[in-house]
Structure formats: structure tokens, C-alpha cells
Design a protein around this ligand. Sequence first.
Ligand SMILES: [Zn+2]
Length: 157
Amino acid sequence: MLTPEQAYELQRARGRRYYLKHREQKLLYQKWYRQKNCERIRVARLEARHKNPRPHNERGLRWALKHPRQQKNQRLKRSFGIDLAAYERLLLEQHGVCAICERPERAMRNGKVLMLAVDHSHETGKVRGLLCGKCNRLIGGLSLVNIRAAVSYLEKL
Ligand SMILES: [Zn+2]
């Protein structure tokens, strides 16, 4: 006789084997189902969100409000691979202003001045410096070649 734990393990192993054997079929079926019912899925998602707005986010939001520094730290690490201490060192080196226009950030959100944006090279992933929102948006879509071209274009007149 099997103990309940052994029976459970056996069941799990069976399920796992079945899944591995039929994985391709399952994935194909899921894809087909999603394509066939995409409108229905979209509506159901919208309805669910409407009925219960941001249920999974509520805890995260409460936490972020209570621990603003940790939240900033996590966001910086996740997005740019630097922590808050590194950000603050950069900010100090730049005397708290944008690395391009040398002015502090002025854009506000929820009554607070925004942080300077972390600018990083999309090729190397390395952080170049901190920029105000305007300068960040300005260089965001431009490559070095385009910036040089833009400068010589502007210098024409
Ligand atoms: Zn700037």
C-alpha cells in the first residue's frame, strides 16, 4: 500500500510525464483556442478588470507607499541594474542637475518633482548619466549618427 504522500508523488510524476509527452499538442491547441476566441478573451479580461480593479496590485501599491526608498531601489535595480546608492552618487556628481542642459528636473507628478531619468546606452546597457525628462526624450530615439546629423542640420542657418 502506498502512503498518501507516495500516492501524491506518483500522481504528480504521471501528470508531469503526460504533460511532457503532449506538450507540443497542448501548446498548439492553446494557440488555436486563443486565436479563435481572441475577442471573447479580450472582453472577459476587460470585464474582470472592471469588476475588480487592480486586485493583484493593491498589496504592491500599499508597500510602495510605505517604503518609498526601497521601492525606488528596486525599480532602479530592475530597470537599470543600479541601486539607489549608485543613483544618489551620480546625482551628487552631477550636482543634482541634468547632464545635458544642466538644469534640475521641473516636471511634477502627484505634487512632487520627478527624479532625473537614468540614461543608459541601449548597446552596452551601461548607465551614461542622469537626464531631465526633456533631454531624455530628446536623445531617446536618436543614434549618435543622427545626433551628429541633427547638429549639422541646425548649424546650417
Ligand atoms: Zn536636460
